[in-house]
Ligand binder design. Structure first.
Ligand code: LMR
Length: 333
């Protein structure tokens, strides 16, 4: 039998198409993970660990690309980028979700948690875990909580001991209405700014002060442009690792399971590292001798707590009294 040229061409075309489609199937799923902090921080280390474990568990099937330091998206844009599918994992601080749910604002209530162990207990509780699913109707799926640590307060003034010391000062805050209200309660002026803009704002005096963890203060060099850091431990900066729920649900089962396993392992690692990194960076700040680190007496802490108290009442309805109560219970071991 003689084969016509058009038959031969057609067959050739089909094999080329098949070769291309099997090459396409063999391509790894690219997982872009964007965040705003340095690599030598709890979140930076967690993201790298996630990459390492995911690529080990799913060899050739996934490629995790980590973009630290707002190099892909800053915190003003990363949530939209996630919803548009331009990035697949982000880990914003819990303060940055208030456009998506009011409940997560719980974590911003001043002096809610006594320490990081209490934060951890709440996050692992039934109610804490429920919050990971609370933004599904907005297209966001929470995969894990990652710790950073307790917040400290800093300014460019000589004294920072009592609430009166911050009256009239301008403070950079994350995009959270609770934090805005916290500084208003102190008669200070809060200003929402992206994380990547904070150093310059402090350096040029656009703002006088800020609140953050030791790890963020050190890695961003805030202590070099502030005069005093008070060990207030008045709140927490922790993260929710979130993904686009449609993308996540659409992954092949083996890939989604592998990524969840990698996330669990990275979470354990990052959460174990967080306290160590913050302690290390606190000491580095003390040793650098640029900003003075001041401890507060029990009376001072009580005064800060009292000054910030009105914030609780203001947000109780939005957040939910039951959720606040559940979080408070986590303070009892
Ligand atoms: C901040 O904006 O100060 C922090 O949320 C940054 C971060 O991600 O730790």
């Amino acid at each position: 039998m003689k084969l016509s040229p058009s038959f031969l061409l057609g067959t050739l075309g089909m094999s080329v198409a098949l070769a291309f489609s099997s090459a396409a199937v063999a391509q790894p799923v690219v997982v872009k993970f964007s965040h705003v902090v340095a690599e030598n921080t709890p979140k930076g280390q967690g993201a790298l660990k996630f990459k390492e474990v995911a690529e080990k568990l799913l060899p050739g099937k996934v490629e995790v690309q980590v973009f630290p330091n707002s190099s892909l998206f800053g915190d003003g844009k990363e949530m939209e980028a996630l919803l548009l599918g331009d990035v697949h994992l982000i880990a914003p601080s819990l303060s940055k979700f208030d456009r998506y749910t009011k409940q997560v604002q719980l974590f911003d209530l001043p002096f809610l948690f006594d320490d990081m162990a209490a934060v951890d207990r709440f996050q692992q509780s039934e109610k804490g875990k429920e919050l990971l699913n609370s933004m599904r109707n907005r297209g966001l799926q929470g995969l894990a909580y990652w710790h950073n640590g307790m917040k400290q307060l800093s300014t460019n003034k000589d004294t920072l001991q009592k609430p009166e010391d911050v009256k009239g000062l301008k403070f950079r805050i994350q995009s959270s209405d609770v934090l805005e209200s916290q500084f208003r309660a102190l008669d200070a002026n809060p200003q929402k700014l992206a994380f990547s803009e904070v150093y310059q704002a402090l350096q040029t005096g656009v703002v006088d002060g800020q609140e953050n963890t030791w790890s963020n203060i050190y890695s961003q060099k805030f202590h070099e442009v502030q005069k005093v850091i008070a060990e207030t431990n008045h709140g927490v900066i922790d993260y929710m690792v979130v993904t686009n729920s449609k993308w996540w649900d659409g992954l092949p089962d083996d890939i989604r399971d592998g990524l969840q396993k990698a996330m669990d392992e990275a979470t354990e690692f990052a959460n174990a590292e967080a306290a160590k990194l913050n302690e290390r960076d606190r000491q580095r700040i003390v040793d650098a001798n640029k900003a003075k680190v001041v401890k507060l007496s029990a009376e001072d802490v009580a005064a800060w707590r009292k000054a910030m108290e009105p914030v609780w009442k203001k947000f109780e309805k939005d957040i939910g009294a039951d959720l606040i109560q559940a979080a408070q219970q986590a303070n009892q071991n």
